[in-house]
Design a protein around this ligand. Sequence first.
Ligand code: ADP
Ligand code: MG
Length: 266
Amino acid sequence: PAPLAEHGPAQIIAMCNQKGGVGKTTSTINLGAALAEYGRRVLLVDFDPQGALSVGLGVNPMELDVTVYNLLMERGLTADEVLLKTAIPGMDLLPSNIDLSAAEVQLVSEVARESALARALKPLLPDYDYVIIDCQPSLGLLTVNALTAAHSVIVPLECEFFALRGVALLTETIEKVCERLNPDLRLDGILATMYDSRTVHSREVLARVVEAFGEHVFHTVIGRTVRFPETTVAGEPITTYATNSVGAAAYRQLAREVLDRCRPAE
Ligand code: ADP
Ligand code: MG
């Protein structure tokens, strides 16, 4: 991909699936790191009170004084008081911890409760090329905030038998947000994860996903490898932890697809 002469305004991507353990956090970190390798400025938003994205980048969520929660709930706080630099040049993090779980309840009584995150991110957009929001595994108000802020959605799907269960509910939610809150929201892609080419089962699931979603499925498929759990322990992306691995190559390929697909509508 060609280097950029100037940066921003950012395309916002929500990494979303209400099922846990499908690769949302792993894909957020590694897609972000691969985009940063290609010279893009990237902001990752940890929007799960579990703080797994923060942990995956070597941050201890329990030690944070301010997080994305404060950015949502406190007027007057600016993003640079919350932003953290990561070890990856060009990639920053809005971290989170268990405090964020209170926002789900507190936002309910707010005016425009669905657009709190969009408001918080707005001043940051000129500084970045991509903002990737790592959603929590639910379709509650936090996830609706992510979908309201986003230009597009990436849905990681684990290549397992029940992967497609629940996807109808997710696409309905995306359609509702599109109708009521964010008419420009696009489903940019279904990302097959944890694919095991040695099993007939994985191949069958992938074939069914392609049958169901056609052009919406990214050509990149993320294979199952123990290197990914290792990177979590190491607190860094696979692109630096195991830079020549198959997993790193896969997320670089995904980044090239994203550069191609996830761009403003002409
Ligand atoms: P989510 O954010 O959707 O809950 P994670 O990205 O945290 O999912 O992944 C769940 C677990 O699976 C983590 O332990 C992670 O390291 C592991 N994992 C993610 N992607 C892969 C993969 N392609 N191959 C093997 N393990 C993976
Ligand atoms: Mg996660």
